[in-house]
Design a protein around this ligand. Structure first.
Ligand code: ATP
Length: 329
């Protein structure tokens, strides 16, 4: 109900909408509408009211609540209707998403938190997630695929964010497998987790943390050298988080549907176009063996794994930490 009221006010483009009109459309009393307006005001919406003319939307809070994000979200299923769960604060959106997925949450459910108290990356590394400046969300996916394909969804998420950044005139640099960087510092971290039997994925949870409007001096001291934000890339100008978020969900869905119905070629093509790992001399710590070695990253294979040419021959790494040493030439 609140979403429809918000949409009617938003579509009026700064003009008044009468309480009667809204009440007629929703088939409830004008008093009921007034109560919902009061609740929207409590959430930070600036709504003017006039006894004669009705209600006028003057300002929308800088939040990424379902009302705001779903309004104008052009996806077919991702994040639509009850497929969007929002919390002011949670331990980690991936943890919450896994709990919801376990209890049957639908394919395309988006779990959002305004802040995370235990945001995490691989190997339980902490992801700094303060309120108001970032977008922290996890997507619950139920693709019909084999567990060995799960890592490709990390690349899909990176490609979706990179394409979204392009729409905001920002050029992403993707480091294999799961980071988007600016000036060598991380803007976006991605963490993919899954539940699967030997041959079939039950669900995949893709968590994405985006530093949108964080100022460099507001990162904790130890992160100032390794973290950056979209606003910093954008010459210090803030981005509207809801607008950016909608774009990411739309790009993600576009690539997801393509991958489900055709293949991952489109994802790989986009990923390659933005990657900064291929063709470089790298040092890599392989996650499975813990072994460290150096070589030239030559490509990603059909599973999204990194193919590295080392002095001892070609190796394929499914997960690991990469540091880029220098260019090949
Ligand atoms: P990495 O790619 O750095 O090896 P990861 O992929 O395992 O890390 P992430 O969640 O992407 O996991 O990042 C966690 C690491 O990133 C932390 O160890 C810290 O150095 C750094 N970091 C933590 N919070 C942020 C943040 N908000 N923005 C950028 N970097 C961060």
């Amino acid at each position: 109900m609140k979403k429809t009221i918000f949409e009617m006010l938003k579509n009026a483009d700064g003009c008044f909408v009468s309480g009667e009109n809204i009440a007629d459309k929703l088939k409830v009393s004008r008093t009921a509408i007034w109560k919902h307006i009061q609740q929207l005001r409590k959430r930070g919406y600036d709504i003017e009211s006039s006894e004669r003319r009705g209600y006028k939307l003057k300002d929308v809070p800088d939040l990424i609540t379902p009302d705001i994000v779903q309004s104008g979200l052009e996806t077919k299923f991702i994040g639509q209707d009850s497929r969007m769960v929002y919390e002011d604060s949670t331990d980690s959106t991936n943890e919450l998403a896994k709990r919801l997925a376990y209890h049957g949450a639908e394919n395309g459910t988006v779990v959002i938190a305004e802040k995370q108290t235990g945001g995490k990356g691989r190997l339980e590394r902490k992801f700094f997630s303060p309120p108001g400046t970032g977008i922290y969300f996890s997507l619950i996916l139920r693709p019909n695929c084999n567990p060995k394909d799960a890592a490709k969804f990390t690349l899909l998420a990176a490609a979706a964010v990179a394409e979204s950044m392009k729409k905001f005139n920002l050029r992403a640099e993707i480091k294999w497998p799961n980071d988007i960087l600016y000036d060598g510092r991380k803007i976006v971290g991605i963490l993919t987790e899954m539940s699967a039997s030997i041959e079939q994925v039950n669900y995949i949870v893709v968590g994405v943390g985006i530093n949108v409007n964080e100022r460099r001096e507001n990162f904790p001291a130890d992160l100032q050298k390794v973290a950056a934000s979209l606003a910093e890339m954008n010459g210090g100008k803030n981005l509207n988080r809801a607008d950016f978020f909608r774009t990411v969900l739309e790009e993600f869905e576009r690539l997801y549907i393509f991958a489900e119905t055709e293949n991952f070629d489109e994802v790989f093509k986009i990923w390659r176009a933005y990657n900064i790992t291929l063709g470089k001399q790298i040092k890599i710590i392989a996650a499975d063996s813990g072994e460290t070695f150096t070589g030239i990253a030559v490509d990603i294979n059909e599973n999204g794994a990194l193919v590295v040419d080392t002095e001892d021959g070609r190796r394929v790494v499914y997960a690991g930490d990469v540091s880029i040493r220098e260019t090949r030439d």
